[in-house]
Design a protein around this ligand. Structure first.
Ligand code: PLP
Length: 453
């Protein structure tokens, strides 16, 4: 009879628990449950890159890695007052369990928040979630069986890839360019997969100010993508936390505004207000919405009451759109600083020109591998996210993501100057010894980790 729990043998150390247990008493580094985990946890490992990010967070390193909004720009004193008032006046409700679908008042406000994108929804269509990250999890939980195919842009948001992997889905990438996802490639992928008898459950896309590519899906392509979705009976998962952070005028119409039947739309207050509240949402056709609410209740009972009450107060008592404008101006200035520094210092690379959001996607000179280069970069006191994190198929070595949302313009300029030195040194090595052997295979970053948001 097999022993339960199984006795660990040397070498059974689970990477995550080994890291967590570092410094603990000898013996506790072995994971006695290693033979017990569900198969889906096979993809849940922490990569070596996380250790580098721990160093990258030190003040002497210019981190162009994290997608953290610049919260010092918030009216923090006013938020402190709002929070104190909320507890004093409404604490008995705001600190209580709430509805699984989310507070009705906030859902009404979310309908208004989405209006600039042309979305005409009813508060009943909205499910409040623990950030849009939980919405990604819920949609996956509701739709994905092991082996199902998810189509996703190449590259794609690392946190979404982690969720799809955890449901044992197979991610097939569809290329994008400066106008976003390429509709012809989408059509081709659907036809190829149908011929192979594969079940495609949905297309995952970030249409505005893409993470990590920094591009936006053009209006013409929005129509094309939806026409393809209708033709193939394909659900589109529109993940849209950056829509209101465009630098050049009004946002383009959301995919959800053009087709309410084929689109599940995700939004979030993380980038336009503050991620610490952990409030996002999904807007879905009614049958899907019902399943999302049940899935959410089984996972968390209800989303944060306190966070929802606080955001509802903030939206009704503050000029929240004015605050979004403050963020936009700040990020525009930092984007300009990053693009100017790249032009000045990195003649051998190319990069995207975002019109909003947080990210620039950079292509290194031929022969360089951004993952292999990262230790040298961190030693040179600059950090980025290697491109391989954003591909499910282990490719993407030549790319890297730079975030301009958090460091000041001066720090960004200094960071790019340091990066340019690192690239120069790496190029010299490659010219002398030949390119680093491509390290395709396991993705470089196995889970999102908050530092990679
Ligand atoms: C494209 C995208 N989707 C979802 C998320 C998750 O955001 P949150 O859970 O904070 O709403 C992020 C965070 O960086 C993101 O960039």
């Amino acid at each position: 009879m097999s022993q339960y729990p199984p006795t660990p043998s040397p070498g059974d150390a689970h990477p995550a628990s080994a890291a967590a247990g570092a410094g603990a008493a000898a013996g506790s580094r072995l994971d006695r449950w290693v033979g017990t985990y569900a198969r889906r946890t096979a993809s849940m490992t922490a990569s070596e890159i996380r250790a580098l990010f721990a160093v990258a967070n030190r003040p002497e390193v210019v981190s162009l890695a994290g997608g953290m909004p610049y919260l010092p720009a918030l009216p923090l004193d006013a938020l402190a007052d709002l929070t104190a008032r909320l507890v004093a006046e409404k604490g008995a409700v705001a600190l209580q369990y709430g509805s699984g679908q989310g507070e009705e008042r906030l859902r009404e406000q979310i309908v208004e928040v989405m209006r600039p994108q042309g979305i005409e929804a009813h508060p009943d269509d909205v499910v409040v979630t623990t950030g849009s990250q939980q919405a990604l999890d819920l949609v996956s939980r509701v739709f994905l069986d092991p082996g199902d195919v998810v189509l996703a842009e190449a590259p794609s948001y690392v946190g979404a890839l982690g969720v799809f992997r955890s449901y044992q889905a197979q991610v097939e990438h569809v290329p994008l360019d400066h106008d976003g996802l390429q509709p012809a490639a989408l059509e081709e992928a659907l036809t190829r997969l149908a011929r192979a008898g594969k079940r495609v459950k949905f297309l995952y896309t970030v249409p505005n100010h893409h993470n990590p590519a920094g591009v936006t899906l053009s209006l013409g392509r929005r129509h094309e993508v939806l026409a393809i979705a209708r033709r193939h009976g394909l659900l589109v998962l529109e993940d849209d936390p950056y829509a209101l952070l465009g630098f050049d005028g009004d946002p383009l119409p959301a995919l959800r505004s053009m087709d309410a039947d084929h689109v599940v739309h995700l939004g979030s207050f993380s980038k336009t207000f503050a991620p610490g509240y952990r409030v996002g949402w999904a807007v879905a056709p009614h049958a899907v919405r019902d399943k999302l609410v049940l899935a959410s209740e089984s996972a968390i009972l209800c989303p944060t009451s306190f966070g929802q009450f606080a955001i509802a107060e903030y939206l009704s008592c503050h000029d929240w759109l004015g605050q979004v404008k403050v963020f936009r101006e700040l990020y525009r200035e930092r984007r300009d600083a990053l693009l100017a520094a790249l032009s000045a210092h990195l003649p051998h690379a190319t990069w995207t020109h975002p019109r909003g959001g947080f990210y620039v996607w950079l292509t290194l000179p031929e022969g360089l591998d951004s993952g292999a280069m990262l230790p040298r970069a961190v030693t040179g006191r600059v950090a980025y996210v290697p491109g391989r994190a954003f591909y499910a198929d282990g490719t993407g070595q030549r790319f890297l993501r730079l975030s301009y949302c958090f460091p000041t313009a001066e720090r960004i300029t200094e960071g790019v100057r340091r990066l340019a030195g690192v690239v120069r040194d790496e190029l010299e090595v490659v010219q002398m010894f030949g390119p680093t052997a491509p390290r395709a295979g396991r993705p470089a970053v196995d889970g999102p980790g908050p530092e990679l948001a």
